[in-house]
Design a protein around this ligand. Structure first.
Ligand code: G3I
Length: 331
């Protein structure tokens, strides 16, 4: 319908508005996506296991389709993600006998992966999530325990950035993480990113995943996180925004879908979040939702089986929700 404004057009003086897409949404929602978003990210299709399932086998079909769609519609593309502990096949860390691979071999595999993937899409990706979620969520632990850390040591992070920079020097390179506004985790992310900046690693931004909900995080914590990361002289991007209709600990099984009251509260939250994000448009260089509309989200069935979640500003029929109008109507 023509009376509904295009979301990204309304934000043209602020930041690009992105969405994570996948094979399902790209099949059925192309027109809708192209109308409201001017940046896209692959929800799963550019992760290690999707692009590089075996040592000598790369599978680029789905990612290539996404790039064709982006080119046809003049959409920018965010790359997600080169190095992560999750959705990375076991072969990466194993030798022929299934034993842990040597440091040298893992490094050369990392190099091969980054140069092949970032090389193929060189010049077409404005920002890469080079390293994803390397910080621990445990209070007494700094870096997350992972095979990358175990075999390569802490330097795996700077190595990944150096390799990506060599292959695609034009792309802005990001460290991306969640619980980014939680004070303890925030300080660990700050510590990591600062150490990279201090030793001259080519890092250009911090990605705030922003898997937020009705109650958390509070606005002050988000503000502090933005200012803290921005103080390092880096750009910031909101990379995986969704506003869950349920609190993180809400495991009730009787509620099968969000209520009207919940959706009203969600609209208030969206209103507050975007007020804050607009305030920081000088440092925030894109805002990406982790999906296109309420028909599909990783939060449905998770963590409560049989419960659907509606975390976005468009409903499951692509219609604008109250949250959408809050984003559109600002002074
Ligand atoms: O494709 C298979 C399908 O063939 C199979 O039948 C089905 C059975 O479970 O699984 C399908 O794969 C699922 C995949 O999503 C595609 O839907 C995986 O099981 C499932 O684990 C995977 O979840 C993804 C998750 O990352 C995995 O870690 C979510 O879609 C994706 O939204 C989520 O995204 C992450 C970001 O990359 C990083 N930050 C957190 C964010 C949310 O968890």
């Amino acid at each position: 319908t023509t009376t509904i404004p295009s979301l990204h057009s309304v934000y043209k003086d602020y930041f690009p508005i992105g969405a994570a897409v996948n094979s399902f949404t790209l099949r059925s929602e192309k027109e809708f996506i192209a109308k409201h978003f001017n940046s896209i990210t692959a929800e799963n299709e550019m992760k290690f296991e999707s692009l590089h399932p075996k040592e000598n086998e790369f599978t680029f079909e789905k990612a290539d389709e996404m790039f064709s769609f982006a080119d046809e519609n003049h959409l920018k593309v965010r790359g997600h993600t080169l190095i992560w502990h999750n959705q990375t096949p076991n072969w990466v860390f194993e030798d022929e006998k299934g034993d842990s691979v040597s440091k040298e071999r893992l490094l050369s595999r990392m190099e091969n992966h980054i140069s092949t993937v970032a090389g193929r899409y060189k010049g077409r990706i404005y920002s890469w999530d080079v390293v994803n979620e390397a910080i621990s969520d445990h209070d007494d632990e700094y870096l997350r325990k992972s095979k990358w850390l175990e075999i390569l040591g802490e330097d795996f992070i700077s190595k990944a950035f150096e390799l990506a920079n060599k292959v695609d020097p034009e792309a802005a390179l990001f460290y991306n993480d969640y619980n980014e506004s939680n004070p303890e985790k925030r300080e660990k992310i700050y510590r990591l990113v600062k150490s990279l900046v201090d030793k001259g690693t080519p890092i250009h931004g911090v990605g705030l995943q922003a898997h937020w909900n009705l109650y958390q995080p509070n606005l002050d914590d988000i503000r502090t996180a933005i200012e803290r990361y921005a103080s390092l002289g880096l750009q910031l991007q909101i990379t995986e925004l969704d506003v869950s209709a349920f609190g993180w600990d809400d495991k009730r099984t009787d509620l099968k879908e969000p209520t009207r009251e919940i959706l009203e509260l969600q609209a208030e939250r969206y209103d507050q979040f975007f007020d804050l994000l607009r305030e920081y448009r000088e440092v925030i260089t894109s805002v990406t939702f982790w999906g296109v509309n309420d028909k599909y989200t990783w939060l449905s069935d998770f963590p409560v089986k049989g419960r659907v979640n509606w975390p976005f500003v468009f409903d499951k029929n692509q219609e604008p929700k109250e949250s959408f109008w809050k984003l559109i109507n600002f002074k």
